[in-house]
Ligand binder design. Structure first.
Ligand code: 13P
Length: 255
């Protein structure tokens, strides 16, 4: 454990992989609720050696712009469309998110792959569009329970990344963030063990580079974040349920 912690420190100091703690609020929070969260959250001191990001539904982004300006908390969206504009009913473009001051965007979350037909190919198009707009894309990958039971998790994640990251330069790879989110751990209370997560992060590391941050997502809570963050290739967390209450999320942020 101590050896892994030293490796983690090395990753931060040598490769400049600043820990990133990101909230994915999913389809939660009205403007009033977002305001309440942000006001409570900002009352806390945030450790200076890390980055914190809130990804809210589109409707709260202008509230975030208003309340987070001048703070060290970044914010972003949970999806966008790769085309610049046009006949895409219900979609949102990079320009529109830029206007709202967003710096991050989640791409290819498993819930969007499941419910909105997102594929590795659409993820690929979105990564390029996000980088063109100077957003930090948080690219989600991860296997299902059946795939894990069949011991297919390595091939599944490798294939997702092979298509999604095709053609990215080394410099572009340094700018993206990958989130490993095993589907069986999302919203289930069943977290991957630190060893299971590290094993998959090491697989992902081979397809990116030493500067790329790799987040773990799936039932991250205040009481399991420390152990996860000690792993050499875990550079942060993408947090769903436990990011909805400011008192839980601040504990994760200041792990
Ligand atoms: P939970 O933290 O609720 O398991 O959600 C994880 C997730 O999907 C973050 O994107």
């Amino acid at each position: 454990m101590i050896i892994l912690s030293i490796k983690r420190l090395y990753a931060i100091l040598y490769f400049m992989r600043i820990p990133l703690l990101a909230a994915n609020w999913k389809m939660n929070k009205t403007n009033a609720e977002a305001e309440d969260f942000i006001q409570k959250f900002l009352k806390n001191e945030i450790n200076s050696d890390r980055e914190v990001v809130l990804c809210g539904p589109y409707t709260v982004l202008s509230k975030m712009q208003e309340l987070l300006a001048g703070t060290k908390v970044g914010y972003g969206a949970q999806n966008f469309h790769w085309e610049e504009s046009g006949a895409y009913t219900g979609e949102i473009s990079a320009d529109m998110l830029q206007e709202l001051g967003c710096s991050y965007v989640i791409i290819g979350h498993s819930e969007r792959r499941r419910d909105n037909n997102e594929t590795d190919e659409t993820v690929h198009s979105k990564i390029f569009a996000a980088l063109d707009a100077d957003f930090v894309p948080i690219v989600c990958v991860g296997e299902s329970l059946i795939q894990r039971k069949n011991n297919e998790m390595v091939t599944v994640v490798e294939n997702q990344l092979k298509v999604a990251l095709d053609g990215l330069s080394n410099e572009q790879l340094s700018k993206i963030v990958v989130a490993y989110e095993p589907i069986w751990a999302i919203g289930t209370g069943e977290t991957a063990t630190p060893e299971q997560a590290q094993e998959m992060h090491a697989v992902i590391r081979k397809q990116v580079n030493e500067e790329t941050r790799i987040l773990y997502g799936g039932s991250v809570k205040p009481d399991n974040v420390v152990e996860l963050m000690q792993q050499a290739d875990i550079d942060g967390a993408l947090v769903g349920g436990a990011s909805l209450k400011s008192e839980d999320f601040i504990q994760i942020v200041n792990y």
